[in-house]
Structures are given as structure tokens and as C-alpha cells.
Design a protein around this ligand. Structure first.
Ligand SMILES: NC(=O)c1ccc[n+]([C@@H]2O[C@H](COP(=O)([O-])OP(=O)(O)OC[C@H]3O[C@@H](n4cnc5c(N)ncnc54)[C@H](OP(=O)(O)O)[C@@H]3O)[C@@H](O)[C@H]2O)c1
Length: 215
């Protein structure tokens, strides 16, 4: 059956690489971010829509999910990829306001979108792009890691609440992206994965999980 994926944060980094890959694989793709230039591309039967929207704004998410419901009567998957980060910093030097800002994007905005998405017809699941900072304690990464852990927990709970659909969190590993530059400007970039190679690994994990669930 025809499939559509909604990807948050599709303008660069992993989200862009994943959007392009899903489209090449024949999926309809709807990708959004705050700075995206709206566009529509077709490849045979598949459509690739880019929209400008902010995951923290409820009206943007309502508009986006309404559009998807009307335009794509297909099976639908959500990839929660958009993420916020701050430069890594020890807790005692941190501004707790940063935690609020990270929660707004990484947990509240993502959860609100997820709740709207699951009201659409033919949803087959949701994938959260997580981080090893959710499960490991690295100095300076407490705020970011706790937001990723919170979203992992919500996704894992959905897996037991809505059996038959696919809910999983996938850690793409350290990638050479703007987010990584903000968090660790002095990192050796030659040790980081390209977003394209991380996208291949993430796509394979998603495909395998969907096939195992019969989609
Ligand atoms: N880079 C790493 O090493 C690494 C490691 C583990 C996990 N991750 C995770 O991988 C995911 C992708 O990260 P990345 O490294 O590819 O980051 P990135 O290059 O900074 O891309 C982040 C994407 O999210 C979008 N975005 C940010 N805030 C948004 C908002 N409020 N509403 C809508 N879109 C928003 C950005 O576009 P706009 O600015 O246009 O909104 C951009 O398209 C994140 O969830 C991150 O936590 C990254």
C-alpha cells in the first residue's frame, strides 16, 4: 500500500537526508522546519511536500496534520527528528531556562504533533530520533539528555498502549551537523558520521520494524 512519512526538521542534517531517502524509496514525504522554503516535487506517483512550520506552535501543527489528513489517504508514519540543543555545559553553570526551551521542542512540541498525528486515519507508527545522551551520563549533557529520555519514554509507552503499530526510538550516532557544531564546536569532525550514512542506517531499522509488524 502507498505510504506517507511526515518528518519534523527536514531542512538540513539527518532530517533532510532521511526525507530525500524516503522519497527515493517511493514514499510520499512531508517535511517541515521553521526556515524551509515551501515546495512540491513529484516522482512518478510519489509526492514530496516541504512546508514551513514550527513544532512548538500548536496552530502550525494543526494546519499541517489537517493538510496531511486531506491529501494523503495512505498509511502514515511520523518521524520525530526536529531537535533543539544548547552548548554542553555543567549543571551548575547552566541556565534552567535552557531546559524549558529544550522541553518545548524536544518533548512538548513533539508530543503535541504526535497526538494530532495519531488521530489521523491509517497511521502505522512513529519513530523518535533519540541520542545516546538519553541513556548515558556525559558531563554537560544533562538537560538535553533528559529531554531525549522523556520522549523515549513516551514512545515506549505508546508501544504498549497501541499494539500493532510501530513505535521506536533510534539513536543515529554522532553526526557532522549544525546541531553537533552548536553542542561541541571543538569536536574532531573527521570522527563524525555523515547525515547520509546515518540516514541509511535509520531507514534500514525503520523498514525492518515495519516489515516485522506486517506493513
Ligand atoms: N548530530 C548529532 O550528533 C546527533 C546525535 C544523536 C542524536 N541526534 C538527533 O538527531 C536529530 C537531528 O539532528 P541533526 O544533528 O540533524 O540537527 P540539525 O542539523 O541541527 O537539524 C535540526 C533540524 O530540526 C529543525 N528544527 C529545529 N527546531 C525546530 C522547530 N522548533 N520546529 C521545526 N523544525 C525545527 C531544523 O530546521 P529549522 O532551523 O529550519 O527549524 C533542522 O531542519 C535531533 O533530534 C537530534 O537530537 C543528533
Amino acid at each position: 500500500m502507498e505510504k506517507t512519512v511526515l518528518i519534523s526538521g527536514g531542512s538540513r542534517g539527518l532530517g533532510k537526508a532521511l526525507s530525500d531517502l524516503f522519497f527515493r524509496e517511493g514514499w510520499n514525504v512531508v517535511a517541515f522546519s521553521r526556515t524551509a522554503t515551501p515546495s512540491e516535487t513529484r516522482n512518478g506517483k510519489a509526492t514530496f511536500l516541504v512546508r514551513r512550520a514550527d513544532i512548538r506552535l500548536e496552530r502550525d501543527m494543526v494546519e499541517l496534520t489537517n493538510m496531511i489528513g486531506e491529501k494523503f489517504p495512505t498509511q502514515k508514519l511520523l518521524v520525530l527528528n526536529a531537535g533543539a540543543i544548547t552548548p554542553s555545559r555543567p549543571f551548575i553553570e547552566s541556565d534552567v531556562g535552557d531546559l524549558r526551551r529544550l522541553l518545548e521542542t524536544n518533548v512538548i512540541g513533539s508530543s503535541f504533533l504526535l497526538s494530532l498525528f495519531l488521530e489521523l486515519s491509517n497511521t502505522i507508527g512513529a519513530v523518535h530520533i533519540t541520542s545516546d545522551a538519553a541513556t548515558h551520563n556525559y558531563p554537560g549533557w544533562g538537560f538535553y539528555g533528559s529531554t531525549k529520555r522523556a520522549m523515549d519514554h513516551i514512545i515506549a509507552n505508546l508501544a504498549v498502549e497501541l499494539k500493532g503499530k510501530v513505535f521506536l526510538s533510534i539513536d543515529p550516532g554522532d553526526m557532522d551537523t549544525e546541531m553537533h557544531r552548536i553542542a561541541e564546536p571543538d569536536a574532531d569532525r573527521s570522527l563524525l558520521k555523515s547525515p547520509d550514512s546515518a540516514a541509511n542506517e535509520v531507514y534500514f531499522r525503520i523498514k525492518e520494524a515495519l516489515e516485522n509488524a506486517g506493513y
